[in-house]
Design a protein around this ligand. Structure first.
Ligand code: PGA
Length: 249
């Protein structure tokens, strides 16, 4: 309780909650395994992003976690073989969608223009985009990390609700996470370019062992976890840690 001048008293609360986005990528191999991971993930502040075929089954399991998808196509329906639309995702109870993950940018070849189209489609459908941005090892070496991240962010409309996942490409799936103080610095730069209140997460080789080092920075709103989010033992430890931030002070 903080008493202000001259007569009013204001209760100031600091939200400590951290978000945990679980990006399963193209895993696991069976519905049975998917359900096991989903059960272990079903906690508040968790956003579970299974591959498309598992979304209906996972949707039937999760009660406290939110449901996300790993991608979408920009048209709502039509002759687009192999694609999945916002309309279809909404119909399955999906609320979030990962856009512009580096595996899609660099393996599948998605351009900034494609990412922008998907971003707009997600917003139009009422989905919350989780936009992934991050520099490559080469860009980092050349001292162009900030420039690369700003280029990827440039396309995002100024006044919309979205989540940013800062994921240095060289840190994804390598076992070599960013240094939390470097992440914090980049998050500050990102924050200066996105709407107030935008949630900014870190992703790239997050595990139970390093999760706190990121979440302890008040400026980092949570994490996007790939590999470790489908290893049940590791997942349980991480969710326990995330839960310790789940309070107001
Ligand atoms: P990782 O993947 O945790 O396996 O490094 C992060 C991500 O999904 O980008």
């Amino acid at each position: 309780m903080v008493c202000g001048e001259p007569t009013s008293c204001t209760i100031i609360t600091y939200a400590m909650k951290k978000q945990f986005v679980a990006n399963w990528k193209m895993n696991p191999g069976s519905v049975k395994e998917a359900l096991g991971i989903a059960r272990a993930s079903d906690y508040e502040s968790v956003i579970v992003c299974p591959p498309f075929p598992f979304i209906p089954a996972v949707s039937g399991i999760v009660k406290r976690a939110e449901l996300g998808a790993q991608d979408l196509f920009w048209e709502r329906k039509g002759a687009y073989t192999g694609e999945v639309s916002s309309l279809q995702l909404r119909g399955l109870g999906v609320r979030y969608v990962i856009i512009g993950h580096s595996e899609r940018r660099y393996i599948i070849g998605e351009t900034d223009e494609v990412v922008e189209k998907k971003f707009v489609a997600a917003l139009r459908a009422g989905l919350v985009p989780i936009v992934c941005v991050g520099e490559t090892a080469e860009e980092k070496r050349a001292g162009r990390a900030e420039e690369a991240v700003m280029r990827e962010l440039r396309a995002m409309p100024a006044r919309s609700r979205f989540v940013v996942a800062y994921e240095p490409v060289w840190a994804i799936g390598t076992g070599i996470p960013d240094r939390p103080e470097d992440t914090e610095r980049m998050v500050r730069v990102i924050r200066s370019r996105v709407p107030r209140g935008t949630s900014i997460l870190y992703g790239g080789s997050v595990t139970a062992a390093n999760l706190r080092s990121f979440c302890d920075h008040s400026n980092i709103d949570g994490v996007l976890v790939g590999g470790a989010s489908i290893r049940i033992h590791e997942l349980r430890r991480m969710i326990h840690i995330i839960g310790t931030y789940d309070r107001t002070e």
